[in-house]
Design a protein around this ligand. Structure first.
Ligand code: CTP
Length: 216
């Protein structure tokens, strides 16, 4: 069984020395890769820039990318042959409209950047999902959490969405712990307590495996 996993942030270059990025560490995605591999799956981990070493597990192949466009190209190449897709990456929603060839020099008191929308990797691949393929997405919400997460599930053709609420202490970015609620396409909702990310990964992987058609 093959698993496609995106993880970490993307870096969108502005010029040869600068980029737009975010604080995602990749820890949740890497923990999921380890857990799927431990369960016997072949994992293709498509990772944005992180300070984590490539997982050592022989069933995990790590492919490093920088930008959302690179992450999309790598994921699209793997998606058709993967039974499970997990979109754990914190993809930059926008990228600079132009990449300066040379370092941008400081000039005026203000600088305006033009940004354009990045490809939505999960939503675009979601349109190609075949029966039997299972797609998992993440949602980080601050209000009306479950409604927003379910809306994301439908828009991106997820079978399961992992909701992190920013209201919960110990959840999300820059923490070694996470508190998640899993929402399934059939309406089932499961809330877990705050746990280390490795244990959260186990909860997610076991939920996914239990929901695969041939697993029942
Ligand atoms: N995602 C993706 N490609 C993008 C943006 C998001 O694959 N360009 C995936 C993420 O990996 C995550 C899910 O989509 O699994 C949710 O991302 P999020 O950015 O919260 O979704 P948006 O619809 O952009 O949310 P919002 O409308 O709140 O900005």
């Amino acid at each position: 069984m093959r698993v496609l996993l995106t993880a970490g942030p993307t870096y969108e270059p502005l010029d040869p020395v600068r980029f737009i990025g975010n604080h995602s560490t990749g820890k949740m995605g890497y923990a999921l890769a380890e857990t799927f591999a431990a369960e016997g799956a072949e994992v293709v981990l498509i990772s944005g820039p992180t300070s984590l070493p490539d997982p050592a597990h022989p069933r995990i192949r790590t492919q490093r990318v920088q930008t959302a466009d690179e992450m999309y190209a790598a994921a699209a190449a793997v998606a058709p042959t993967a039974a499970i897709w997990v979109f754990a990456a914190a993809v930059a929603d926008y990228k600079p409209a132009h990449i300066a060839e040379n370092k941008i020099k400081k000039a005026g008191a203000t600088l305006t950047l033009e940004l354009v929308k990045n490809v939505d990797i999960a939503a675009t691949l979601g349109q190609t999902k075949r029966p039997g393929q299972f797609s998992v997405g993440f949602a980080l919400e601050t209000e009306n959490e479950q409604a927003h997460a379910l809306d994301k599930l439908r828009r991106k053709h997820f079978d399961l969405v992992v909701l992190n609420s920013l209201r919960d202490a110990g959840a999300g970015f820059r923490h070694d712990t996470n508190k998640v609620t899993l929402l399934a396409a059939d309406g089932q909702v499961t809330t877990f307590p705050v746990k280390p990310k490795s244990e959260v990964a186990r909860d997610i992987v076991h939920t996914v495996l239990a929901r695969l058609p041939h697993h029942a």
